[in-house]
Design a binder for this molecule. Structure first.
Ligand SMILES: O=C(O)CCC(=O)C(=O)O
Ligand SMILES: [Fe+2]
Length: 347
C-alpha cells in the first residue's frame, strides 16, 4: 500500500476511489471487528418529543429523558427548538470542509499554538493508535468563550457565522436538557450553570469516508464520552453509530432533524451512578461518507466533578460511590487509563 503521508483519509479515499482494499493498518483484530453489521435486535433508543403542550406535560418529558438516561444512557430528541435550516447549513458546511484539499484543510486548522483547534486523521494520537480508525476529525472549543474563534477555520467562507450560531443554539438545548435531568434527579436546576461546569464546550466533527470493507474496520472505537452530555447531529441517511446495551450492539438509526443525546462519564459521576455513560462505537459504510457533529458539554479545568451534594441532602443517596476530582485530573486519568478509567473514579 502506498503511504498516506500527510494526506487526510477523505482525500486519500477520494483519490483511489473504489480501487482500494483496506490497508492493513486499519484492520481491526478479531475481537473488535464489527463483523456482520446491523442485526436488528428489536432494541431502539427512546425518542423524546421536547415540545410541551396540554397532553404532553413538562413532568412527562422529564420522566422520559430520565428513564432513557438510566436505562440506555442515550436518547434522541425531536421538536427541540433548533432550526432545521441551521442544522442543514451546519452539516453542509462540514461536508464542504471535509471535501477541501488536504493541505487547505490542514492549513485552516493550524493557527492555534495550543492545538485546541485541530484536524487529525484516525484517533487523536495517530502514531500511537495500534490500529487506525476510518475517519478524519476536526475539533475546536466553542462559546461561551469567544477567545478561540480566531483559530476556527475560515473556509468555507461562512464557517464562523454558521458554526457560531449553531453552537450557541445547541448550547441552549444542552442546558435545557441538563436542567430537566437535574429536576428529575432532585438536583437544583442551576447545578450546571455554576462551578464552570458547562463553560468549556467543544465541537468534534467526524468524517467517515466510504470504506471498502466495513466488517473489518471501525470509524471510532468503543468508548464512553468524557463529557457531561454530548449532543450529536448525524447525517440523515447514513447509519454508523452503535450503542452497547446488555452486551449487545445496536444501531442508532438516523431520524432526520433529531439530535442524539448521550450521558457522559462526568454526569454518571455527578448523578452518583444513576445515569449511565454508555459505551458506543461507529462502524463504517460501504457506499456513503458519513459526517457527524458532536457537541461536548465540558467543564473548565478547575471545575470539581463529584456526586451532587443535593442527592445526599434530598435523601435519594446515602453514600457516594465516586470520589471528587477536578476536571483536569479526570482528563489526565482518562487519557492515561483509557477504558480502564473507571477504577480511578471510585471511592
Ligand atoms: O460519529 C458518531 O456518530 C459518534 C461520535 C462519538 O461518539 C464521539 O465523538 O464521541
Ligand atoms: Fe462518543
Amino acid at each position: 500500500m502506498e503511504a498516506m503521508d500527510d494526506m487526510l483519509l477523505a482525500n486519500w479515499v477520494n483519490l483511489h476511489h473504489s480501487s482500494i482494499n483496506v490497508p492493513s493498518s486499519y484492520l481491526q483484530p478479531p475481537e473488535t471487528r464489527p463483523g456482520t453489521l446491523f442485526i436488528s435486535s428489536g432494541k431502539t433508543i427512546p425518542v423524546v418529543d421536547l415540545e410541551e403542550h396540554h397532553h404532553h406535560h413538562h413532568a412527562d418529558i422529564i420522566n422520559q429523558i430520565l428513564k432513557a438516561s438510566e436505562e440506555y444512557g442515550f436518547f434522541q430528541v425531536i421538536n427541540h427548538g433548533v432550526s432545521r435550516d441551521l442544522m442543514d447549513d451546519v452539516l453542509n458546511i462540514f461536508k464542504e470542509f471535509h471535501s477541501m484539499p488536504s493541505k487547505e484543510k490542514l492549513n485552516e486548522c493550524s493557527k492555534d499554538p495550543n492545538r485546541s483547534c485541530k484536524l487529525y486523521t484516525s484517533g487523536e494520537n495517530h502514531r500511537r493508535d495500534a490500529v487506525h480508525y476510518w475517519k478524519d476529525t476536526l475539533t475546536h472549543p466553542c462559546p461561551p468563550s469567544r477567545e478561540y474563534i480566531k483559530y476556527w477555520p475560515n473556509k468555507p467562507s461562512n464557517y464562523r457565522k454558521v458554526v457560531g450560531k449553531y453552537t450557541e443554539e445547541v448550547r441552549k438545548l444542552g442546558l435545557k436538557i441538563l436542567e430537566m435531568l437535574c429536576e428529575g434527579l432532585g438536583i437544583r436546576k442551576e447545578y450546571f450553570l455554576s462551578g464552570g461546569l458547562s463553560e468549556n464546550p467543544s465541537l468534534v466533527v467526524h468524517h467517515y469516508p466510504p470504506c471498502p470493507d466495513p466488517t473489518l474496520t471501525l470509524g471510532l472505537a468503543k468508548h464512553r464520552d468524557p463529557s457531561i452530555i454530548t449532543i450529536l447531529l448525524q447525517d440523515k441517511n447514513v447509519r454508523g453509530l452503535q450503542v452497547l446495551k446488555d452486551h449487545e450492539w445496536f444501531g442508532v438509526d438516523p431520524i432526520p432533524y433529531a439530535f442524539v443525546v448521550n450521558i457522559g462519564l462526568l454526569f454518571q459521576i455527578i448523578s452518583n451512578g444513576r445515569l449511565i455513560g454508555a459505551e458506543h462505537r461507529v462502524v463504517t459504510n460501504l457506499r456513503n461518507a458519513r459526517t457527524s457533529v458532536a457537541y461536548f458539554m465540558n467543564p473548565s479545568k478547575e471545575s470539581i466533578i463529584e456526586p451532587a451534594n443535593d442527592l445526599l441532602v434530598n435523601g435519594t443517596t446515602q453514600q457516594t460511590i465516586y470520589k471528587s476530582m477536578s476536571y483536569e485530573e479526570f482528563r489526565t486519568n482518562f487519557f492515561h487509563k483509557g477504558p480502564k478509567v473507571e477504577s480511578e473514579l471510585h471511592n
